[in-house]
Write a protein that binds this ligand. Sequence first.
Ligand code: UT7
Length: 330
Amino acid sequence: MKQAVITGVAGFLPDYVLTNQELETMVDTNDQWIRERTGIVERRLLKEKGKGTSDLAVPAVLELLKKTGTAPEDVDLVVCCTVTADFRFPDTGTLICHKAGLTNAYGYDLSAACSGFVYGLHAAAQYIKAGTHKKVIVVGADKMSSIMDYTNRNTCILFGDGAGVVMLEPSDDETLGLRETVLYGDGSGGAELYQLGGGSVHGTTQETLDKNMHVIEQNGRVVFKRAVKGMSSAIKKVLEKSNLAGEDIKWVVPHQANIRIIESVAGQLDFPMEKVMVTIEKYGNTTAATIPLCLRDYESQLKKGDQLILTAFGGGYTWGAIRLVWGYNS
Ligand code: UT7
């Protein structure tokens, strides 16, 4: 059977830098609190009017095509992982295909919040392994600023905008590519992390606007504990299934929500932080984009054959982990 291997990564971050200092002028917070409690120093925002998540994803996709030497017409599918689609419909995956000139591809959106990219990567790998698709782009992209309440210090300090993308292709090399995957969901977590307005239950009305229902809300402390537990147990399960020990893993690639969550997960599993990819200080939590942006930022340090574990936890709840063997030297 063919293996599904990542053959390239790329990303895009908008120019505008929202610093902790600027946030101090917006809500009752301070740089020291944000750094110590979250690890975040700054995040990027897409400020231009009329621009959405596809405008974050398209430059990343174009860079990916260039880096991998792929002709736009050769791409088969775009799986766009996002909770901040450009519109309710048309879907953002289809818009990305159109805007990036992927004339023979189709696309669709996958909504699993901060776990979107691991869900999407697993889904995309099945098309490759089945032999029905040869080039699949997995996009993790979110314009979190579009659902943020910049008067709520519980959320607005955490999130940023960005896009990360990977190319998945088939390989005959049995030692490379995606390996064991565990994915989980628990809908009872919907009460702790959500955006209620604008869906089919609470379609946009004056009342939903007055009640400020179009922004993200969360019970931070509860989500924090579940995130540590969820990612740690998912990594353990993947190690168990793969018959590997922590020391066999070269890199852990965790979702970037809070440096203390990342450190707790690493601590529970005895992973030294040198093995853990961290970008949170620069970008904050970009939801579906955090993991592919980590891969992009650490790409030059990755070697063919390196063992990676990707792990995420997010709204839903959704969570999981994937072991993969890196496929190329850059
Ligand atoms: O990607 C998945 C989605 N989200 C997450 O994974 C987020 C998970 N949760 C977290 O990262 C953390 O819970 C937060 C960063 C949201 C909050 O950190 P915390 O350490 O859990 O703080 P807390 O809510 O327990 O609040 C501690 C104190 C409180 O003051 P008192 O009651 O001790 O006087 C808060 O009012 O910090 C106060 N506080 C703030 N102070 C300054 C809360 N937010 C802020 C703030 N600036 N932005």
